[in-house]
Design a protein around this ligand. Structure first.
Ligand code: HEM
Length: 415
């Protein structure tokens, strides 16, 4: 287990040692029936080629294209939340938030507009069912062998959830092929890249599972936790809103209530609050690598040799709480991300998106999505909560998940 930035850097740094493989461990193996040989679990040249193809849709030009889509979905969630909270009572909003991020990533990756959070809610529910089943399997050691898993009641629910998600992905692929035939494609998306590079429908569907699942779950988890931290730290919420209001009121940064692409970069304080959310509560609390070659690492002050084949767990949750890099680590303090503070810190002390050649390539997209959604929500509502972070246990499931959804109160602002 790696709890230090220095050791994490040795393992994650660029290709020389080739430590980019996901181990053949139960932690990743439980995901294989769902994700198959897709990017998250692939290795070698196949992984390299596939990553290159998919990353084409994460370029600066593409990110600019996605801005109007992010504004459109953010306005829809503001309307949905306005309706939900019109009664002045408290409500749980995790399904709305997750549905929203499913809708955003579905349109970015497949070109289909599934009409906002309501359209994304079913995917989210199936994904949660899948997650619950694989957690049960991880927890119960007797369910690890395939032969026993086959007879488990969880496998029936698991297979149903995977089948529903596959049907959704397949339908999006077919709809996109239809649009290609009709020459009505709005922008070139990941499916176009995968089709044109000769991938089979089955391979594309598996890749969609990875992109739609990973692409909504991390951003939605972060947004849910961010809103709770804003609700329980009203002073920081006010500072974010001051910055957001100034940008919405500047005609060079926004028009018709939509943020321009350049404005996203200007939301610096909001970005610091999102980054601090992911420091305190990194959605991917741990990830693993398998060493292809042996290496010497510093571990608890001693130099030790780690042989090839060793499985290494890198634990951002612990690195983000290591007092060598973070003072008062349990305190929410966005100023840690002021440029001068970042410059003083070890480059691998902050790893919400991992690092090195196998890092998250959706990092910039994820940040842009979260900034635009958060800007619209905080512009339109004062966010409060009847819950506190410390009252609800956080479970180390695939991502960090509160034992139950938080209760929020959102009060509409007069604009
Ligand atoms: C807050 C937002 C996000 C966070 C915190 C996050 C975090 C991460 C982390 C820690 C990894 C490395 C996992 C490992 O090594 O096992 C990863 C990989 C990955 N992420 Fe993200 N992610 C986010 C958003 C996104 C988005 C929006 C996409 C969609 C395009 C995405 C797609 C992926 C993919 C495909 C991989 C696998 C990359 C590879 O193995 O080469 N992520 N992400």
């Amino acid at each position: 287990m790696v709890f230090s930035a220095e050791t994490a850097q040795s393992v994650l740094k660029s290709g020389d040692f080739g430590h980019i493989c996901k181990p053949n461990s139960i932690f990743y193996n439980v995901m294989r029936p769902f994700l198959g040989n897709s990017l998250l679990l692939h290795e070698g040249q196949l992984w390299r080629d596939r990553r290159k193809i998919i990353m084409r849709c994460m370029s600066f030009h593409h990110l600019r294209t996605y801005t109007s889509l992010l504004n459109k979905h953010s306005k829809r969630i503001v309307n949905d939340l306005g309706d939900l909270f019109a009664d002045g009572k408290s409500h749980r909003i995790n399904t709305n938030i997750s549905g929203l991020f499913v809708a955003i990533i579905t349109e970015i990756v497949t070109g289909s507009d599934i009409e906002g959070a309501k359209g994304g809610a079913e995917f989210h529910h199936n994904f949660q069912k899948w997650k619950t089943c694989i957690i049960k399997r991880l927890e119960k050691i007797w369910l690890h062998p395939d032969i026993l898993w086959k007879f488990s009641s969880h496998k029936i629910i698991h297979d149903q959830a995977v089948s529903n998600i596959s049907a959704f992905s397949r339908q999006k692929l077919m709809e996109h092929k239809q649009r290609r035939e009709e020459k009505s494609v709005k922008f070139r998306n990941t499916i176009d890249e995968l089709i044109d590079s000769g991938q089979s429908d089955e391979e594309i569907v598996r890749e969609l599972h990875t992109l739609l699942s990973g692409g909504h779950e991390m951003s939605a988890t972060t947004m849910h936790l961010f809103l709770l931290l804003m609700a329980t730290h009203q002073n920081y919420q006010d500072l974010c809103r001051k910055e957001i209001d100034a940008i919405f009121e500047d005609e060079e940064q926004s028009s018709n209530g939509s943020l321009k692409f350049e404005a996203i970069n200007r939301l610096k304080y909001l970005e610091m609050c999102l980054m601090e959310t992911m420091r305190l509560l990194p959605p991917v609390f741990a990830f693993m690598r398998q060493l292809k070659t042996g290496m010497d690492i510093e571990y608890e002050g001693k130099e030790i040799h780690v042989p090839p084949g060793t499985q290494v767990a890198i634990v951002p949750w612990a690195i983000h709480r290591n007092e060598n890099y973070w003072s008062n680590p349990e305190t929410f303090d966005p100023d840690r991300f002021l440029p001068e503070e970042c410059a003083k810190r070890h480059s691998h002390a902050y790893l919400p998106f991992s690092a090195g050649p196998r890092n998250c390539f959706g990092m910039k997209l994820g940040m842009n999505e979260m900034k635009v959604v958060a800007a619209h929500v905080l512009r339109n509502f004062r966010v409060e909560s009847t819950d506190r972070l410390e009252d609800i246990p956080l479970l180390p499931t695939v991502t960090v998940t509160p034992e139950r959804d938080y209760n929020f109160v959102m009060r509409k602002r007069a604009l």
